[in-house]
Ligand binder design. Structure first.
Ligand SMILES: [Zn+2]
Length: 331
């Protein structure tokens, strides 16, 4: 039996090449379909109640290009989200963590699966589910920038887009970087809440899954925690933890996952005490086993909370609420 060491995940290192991109390529079209699905569920309108139009453009020309941004076309009424295939591809690679020999989840064998064409294995289904969660997270994060008024704010103050990887070349001042970090945390918080609602929707009426059924609700939430952590391990690698526009990857993992507490309190209070304490432990387990720096022990995770207080200052100082749009969730 292979020793159970913590694995090291390389995304885009050895093993990453055009060959793998060919496996990923057919999945690209699905991203726009997911986005349509999101817009059907979240009806977004302007401050005066006028509908806001948001288009998604998936740039597929160069798999090596890593890009994501949200920008206004007409301030207050029409926006565009641009996402590169290269970023999606790396998220897909990151989601393959489930397929490694390392056993992240002790309960995989207990999952029930619905028979379908090609009969993918339990692990393959989980890896695809993880990619689905990562894709929704990215789209919802960009959408959150638009809805929370960040796009309008950045356009007004800097003339630039909300640019996740600095691909536009626009250089922010130290003060603008501080504001950017606060607003990024706010977008993560919002995206985390929406994402969990979509995740719960995907779990169907049993609350444990449809295509693949988790043995328990705790297992489903453990899986969700790892899926989110894989996204931030990828960001850690892409930015070498040097990105200044965003909070650190471990801080972002914390912001997105503590949103679970808010969500449960509001929509499933009877499950708060059984699920949330487990999730806080899964956060550091996932951090340690996947190599997310600063998120490897419960103490480290707890410390992150104290470092995030500036977020509410930024929200107040920028008066960002005045830029906000309205969202109505259907169903
Ligand atoms: Zn962002």
């Amino acid at each position: 039996m292979a020793p159970k060491k913590n694995p090291v995940i390389y995304i885009g290192g050895p093993g990453y090449d055009q060959h793998f991109f060919e496996h990923f390529d057919p999945i690209l079209a699905g991203i726009s379909a997911h986005f349509e699905q999101i817009l059907r569920k979240l009806r977004i309108s302007g401050r005066m109640g006028i509908p806001v139009s948001i288009d998604l453009f998936v740039k597929a020309s160069d798999p090596n290009n890593i890009e994501a941004f949200a920008e206004p076309i007409v301030l207050g009424s029409s926006y565009r989200i641009v996402l590169s295939a290269g970023l999606s591809y790396r998220l897909w690679l990151a989601s393959r963590f489930v397929l490694t020999d390392y056993e992240y989840f002790s309960w995989v064998g207990q999952c029930k699966v619905l028979k379908r064409e090609g009969t993918p294995s339990r692990k393959e289904r989980l890896a695809d589910f993880s990619f689905y969660i990562a894709t929704y997270y990215i789209l919802l994060h960009e959408l959150a920038h638009i809805v929370l008024g960040h796009c309008d704010y950045f356009n007004k103050t800097t003339g630039s887009a909300v640019d996740e990887f600095g691909s536009s070349g626009y250089v922010l001042t130290p003060e603008q970087l501080r504001i950017s970090r606060g607003l990024e945390a706010e977008a993560d918080r919002q995206a985390g809440e929406w994402l969990l609602a979509f995740f719960e929707g995907a779990l169907g009426p049993t609350g444990r899954g449809v295509d693949i059924t988790f043995p328990s609700r705790v297992a489903a939430y453990e899986f969700y925690t790892y899926a989110i952590t894989s996204v931030f391990v990828l960001f850690q690698q892409l930015t070498q933890r040097m990105g200044k526009r965003h909070p650190l990857p471990n801080e972002r993992q914390y912001v997105v996952l503590t949103g679970i507490g808010t969500f449960l309190k509001r929509f499933k209070p009877q499950e708060l005490d059984t699920l949330f304490p487990r999730v806080t432990l899964f956060m550091s387990d996932a951090g340690r086993r996947m190599g997310l720096l600063g998120a490897q022990t419960p103490l480290e995770t707890a410390k992150v909370a104290m470092g995030m207080v500036y977020v509410d200052d930024v929200i107040k100082e920028t008066k960002i609420r005045d830029f906000q749009h309205r969202v109505v969730a259907t169903e």
